[in-house]
Design a binder for this molecule. Structure first.
Ligand code: NAD
Length: 482
């Protein structure tokens, strides 16, 4: 049982303004595994005031970028030593299989942090350009100010780091609002930031629900909102930021398509889709949940996919043999079960899985990994984000049809093509309107931008482009000849 009685506000552990607490329940055992204070609007006000003071009057925003980077490097070193503990915490609070957590819930955020350190070391924080009017112009990149970061529960460290690392390196201060499902990893991160010597005022962590999150979004002391979550919440947040002309970046939902071409090595493809489509119990914004197979190979693909999905080891996420764990919460289990019923009502066929508890599990928020065949792209199970281990196999006529189906989505976050012909794969990658794409795999590299087209978001994270969302530009024209 992990218990916290204080909130991390302005880099200090302080008594919360309210008395409500958040109970963290294990999605596997349904037992209480942690309890933390629930942040209130008053706590957000205190956190923003501390962040404002640190940015407007403190040393962090004025420090030389290299000095800041040295402290962020300390954080990286401290984090590296605790990655396995961090992975275990995330698995306990939200049910990621431990093998996934030991890859993506803490090592990946650490690699991301290091990529941002490298990008910041090479970044032209202040450049001098020869102007067209005779003199020079100085172009400065300055921290955007106070950042409000709103984080979902599915990859909490990954998403937090994608905002914290560039914010720190840019000299911003940041108020992080974790989801109520995953406050424990966030508080562990607070301890690591403290140990690394990040100055007071610069980071606050206030777990709370959406109303308190919205208070952070509306807060006049916040200069920029960095949000990751559902498209519905993203629309609301963008509208508030629009009214206030507040900077805002949004990483939202997805319904990505994996296109299997006829020349693909089916064995390797199915093995690759185990990760690309089902990672994190299917609770991944980038999950390739629409599987596009040609009419010629359709039944072969459905059979091979169903054999793989039917053979997945479902159970205790802390067991290294587990491939699919529980969903984060009972409401998520119910949501996925509703989609499984809906798919059948729409006329699709459950080939493997379906509703009902997976065998041998009498508690926990589990669903059976499920494959639907006979899916057309206009069905809701092909258009809406289910956020669980549910795959829809959709037939296509030819490559053009496959690309059209992939693009026929409100989303545009990720995608992949599986083929022996890499040039054709590259051609398809150029035609699909998504922010990231994989050929014979799906992965992302922290040196390159990540984000969505269309309803999947606005702006990019990672890479130099990700850092630039935390910067304002200033042009200074000195006297000619100086
Ligand atoms: P959610 O939108 O319900 O909540 C996300 C976070 O936003 C939570 O902290 C929540 O408390 C807060 N929130 C919700 N409404 C808010 C509002 N009006 N104002 C301020 N804060 C608000 O999403 P979720 O169920 O926690 O997460 C799953 C969603 O996140 C999926 O749609 C998934 O695709 C998306 N996601 C996207 C990415 C990406 O990088 N594109 C990464 C991970 C998850």
């Amino acid at each position: 049982m992990r218990t916290h009685e204080k909130l991390f506000i302005g880099g200090e552990w302080v008594t919360p303004a309210g008395t409500n607490t958040i109970d963290v329940i294990s999605p596997h055992s349904e037992e209480l595994v942690g309890r933390v204070p629930e942040g209130t609007e008053v706590d957000i006000d205190r956190a923003v005031a501390a962040a404002r003071d640190a940015f407007d009057h403190g040393e962090w925003s004025r420090m030389d970028p290299a000095e800041r980077a040295a402290i962020v490097q300390n954080f990286s070193n401290v984090y590296a030593a605790q990655m396995m503990e961090m992975a275990a915490i995330v698995t306990e609070e939200m049910g990621s299989p431990i093998t996934f957590s030991q890859l993506a819930q803490s090592p990946a955020p650490w690699l991301m942090l290091n990529a941002f350190l490298q990008i910041a070391a090479e970044y032209p924080w202040e450049e001098r350009r020869a102007g067209v009017l005779g003199g020079d112009v100085i172009v400065r990149h300055e921290g955007v100010g106070v950042v409000g970061a709103i984080v979902p529960w599915n990859v909490p460290q990954f998403v937090t780091m994608s905002k914290l690392a560039p914010a720190l390196l840019a000299g911003c201060s940041i108020v992080i609002k974790p989801s109520p499902e995953t406050p424990l990893d966030a508080f562990f991160m607070a301890q690591l930031l403290e140990e690394a010597g990040v100055p007071k005022g610069v980071v606050s962590i206030v777990p709370a629900g959406r109303e308190v999150g919205e208070h952070l979004v509306r807060h006049p002391g916040v200069d920029k909102i960095a949000f990751t979550g559902s498209t519905a919440a993203g629309r609301k947040i963008a509208s508030i930021c629009g009214e206030q002309l507040k900077r805002c970046s949004l990483e939202l939902g997805g319904k990505s398509a994996a296109i299997i071409l006829d020349d693909a090595d089916l064995g390797a493809t199915i093995e690759g889709l185990k990760f690309a489509s089902l990672m994190n119990n299917g609770q991944a914004c980038v999950a390739q949940t629409r599987i596009l197979a040609s009419k010629e190979r359709y039944s072969e693909v459905v059979d091979a996919l169903s054999a793989m999905v039917g053979g997945l080891a479902v159970g205790d996420p802390s067991d290294p043999a587990t491939e699919v764990g529980p969903l984060v919460a009972e409401r998520q289990q119910e949501r996925v079960e509703k989609y499984i019923a809906l798919g059948q009502e729409e006329g699709a066929k459950v080939v493997v899985g379906g509703n009902g508890r997976p065998a041998g599990l009498d508690k926990g928020w589990y669903v059976q990994p499920t494959v639907f065949s006979g899916v057309t792209n206009d069905m809701r199970i092909a258009q809406e984000e289910i956020f669980g281990p549910v795959l829809a196999v959709i037939p296509y006529d030819d490559v053009d049809d496959a690309v059209n189906i992939a693009n026929d989505s409100e989303y545009g976050l990720a995608g992949s093509v599986w083929t022996a012909d890499i040039d054709l794969g590259l051609d398809i990658a150029r035609r699909v309107r998504t922010g990231t794409y994989g050929i014979n795999q799906y992965t992302m590299d922290f040196i390159a931008p990540f984000g969505g087209y269309k309803g999947s978001g606005i702006g990019r994270e990672f890479g130099r482009e990700g850092l630039e969302h935390y910067l304002e530009l200033k042009s200074i024209v000195p006297p000619a000849g100086s």
